[in-house]
Write a protein that binds this ligand. Structure first.
Ligand code: GLN
Length: 484
């Protein structure tokens, strides 16, 4: 156990340095003192917390047994995943003061696998955003350029790993929130198949889309983390009835016999020249490894962003109805004459601007007169998008290779006043959530110092295949080299 204590002390020091430098990746962590940055709106700081580390009980589960799959790893957890030791606020004022009465299955499994859970990371409020600017605690800065966003919504987790404060992190994905920040921060992010990881303790955003995903500095570590948290869970009936994923094997030296599809719709207008150059180079490397590259088409791709931005807000408006000032967290009752006024005052001041926009949008598309025109049509479009993937994978393609994001990390504030511009940064990532298929982002080069990501998308339950291809590519792609 003293090893765990030493790791806790070292990690606390690293996080402190990161936070003193202004990155603001964490909102609650081991060893956070009073007056620390990132402290919750109503929380006076939690003081140094190493209690439990000696006895091996951290949160509700045993930790730190040597020889376990994640022994020696410090793992950060996005603030929308419930924990007993750290607060859970989804970076929203509406959960100010709330403490989770239980531990998420994924977090419990981390501790059982011997990891140190290092703290909670900053994110867009309830996971809604693509830049981590919509957090009630203020934005996280990109570790590569403090004037830029780390991506979102799991930007704090991505920055925590990219900066070296922790070796791995958990994020969540509704429409790309692990892969897009992984690309912007030069690390690896995996979104598993829908149902691969238990969502017990993941605060719901869009229930037909949500999955916990993993970050690591290389493919193997993100895959190891995924293997530790995956598999059936009696607490979440939507989890696939499968054993945990196996740990990744060694990187294969050749990809002979592997067919990689290049979907032409992912290389259209708006693709940054640096991203395009990095993709060309990565495709050359795939060919060099012996893979067959095949031109394919996913014709309904252009409907993905509008479809996602109807379905996700619709589900969010329903899921967020529970934050009413009565059951959880913050309550604003002053001057409220009746219960409706209490709801209005609590929700009107507790939710930030993007969450309010989603609730309005979602309530509108679900309203009686518009349900068929918007929600119904979006459901049908989703079926077509899913069908596109099914078709290409049925034709013998093992995985698809695409850019993760159309541009490198954008500047803080650049997309804040234009929600549609913000939503378009999800153009290549939200398709996999709509289809339920697994996908990962890995670094494929840099443009003027900014990291660029490439995405591998697999068929349902094809995590092992995309991990294998990514491991081979990672060795030869030059993820940290300038491309132009
Ligand atoms: N950027 C997308 C959104 O704002 C995706 C968010 C997510 O994956 N949690 O909804």
């Amino acid at each position: 156990m003293s090893d765990l204590r030493a790791l806790a002390a070292l990690t606390a020091r690293r996080i402190r340095e990161l936070e003193d430098g202004g990155t603001h990746a964490f909102v609650d962590w081991e060893g956070q003192g009073p007056g620390a940055r990132g402290q919750g709106p109503g929380d006076q700081g939690s003081g140094a917390r190493t209690e439990g580390l000696d006895t091996g009980v951290q949160g509700g589960t045993l930790v730190g047994e040597d020889g376990r799959a994640l022994a020696g790893e410090a793992v950060a957890v996005k603030d929308n995943i419930c924990d007993l030791r750290f607060r859970t606020t989804c970076c929203s004022r509406i959960l100010d003061g709330w403490r989770s009465p239980f531990e998420a299955t994924a977090v419990r499994r981390l501790r059982k696998a011997g990891a140190l859970v290092a703290g909670k990371t900053n994110c867009d409020e309830f996971g809604m955003g693509s830049s981590t600017e919509f957090s009630c605690y203020g934005p996280t800065l990109n570790p590569f350029d403090a004037a830029r966003v780390p991506g979102g919504s799991s930007g704090g987790s991505a920055a925590a790993v990219a900066s070296g404060a922790v070796s791995m992190a958990l994020g969540s994905e509704t429409g790309g929130s692990v892969r897009q920040p992984a690309a912007f921060c030069g690390i690896v992010g995996i979104k598993p198949t829908y149902g691969r990881v238990s969502r017990y303790g993941l605060v719901a955003f869009g229930s037909s889309l949500d999955q916990i995903g993993t970050f690591g500095r290389d493919v193997a570590s993100a895959a190891r983390l995924l293997s530790a948290i995956s598999g059936r869970d009696p607490f979440d009936a939507t989890t696939l009835d499968r054993d945990p994923l196996p740990e990744p094997g060694p990187a294969p030296a050749s990809l002979a016999g592997t067919v990689v599809g290049i979907p032409r719709e992912y290389f259209g207008e708006g693709l940054h020249a640096g991203v395009a150059a990095a993709m060309r180079r990565a495709m050359d490397r795939l060919r060099g490894l012996g893979a067959e590259l095949r031109d394919v088409s996913l014709p309904h791709t252009r409907y993905a962003v509008p479809t996602y931005y109807i379905l996700a807000p619709a589900e969010a408006s329903s899921n967020l109805a529970r934050y009413d000032g009565v059951r959880y967290g913050r309550r604003v009752s002053e001057g409220a004459a009746d219960v409706r006024a209490l709801y209005r005052a609590t929700r009107g001041t507790g939710f930030g601007p993007e969450v309010r926009r989603r609730i309005l949008l979602g309530t509108y598309v679900l309203s009686a007169g518009f349900y068929d025109a918007y929600y119904g049509k979006a459901q049908r479009a989703r079926e077509r998008i899913r069908g596109d993937f099914e078709t290409v994978f049925a034709e013998g393609v093992h995985a698809l290779f695409t850019p993760t994001a159309p541009t490198p990390a954008f500047k803080l504030g650049e997309n804040l006043s234009d929600p549609v511009a913000m939503y378009l940064s999800d153009i290549y990532v939200c398709t996999a959530n709509l289809a339920g298929v697994p996908a990962l982002s890995l670094p494929i080069g840099r443009d003027e110092g900014l990291p660029l990501g490439g995405q591998l998308i697999g068929p349902m339950e094809g995590e092992a295949e995309i991990v294998r291809i990514a491991q081979a590519l990672e060795r030869v792609v030059g993820g940290a080299e300038e491309v132009r």
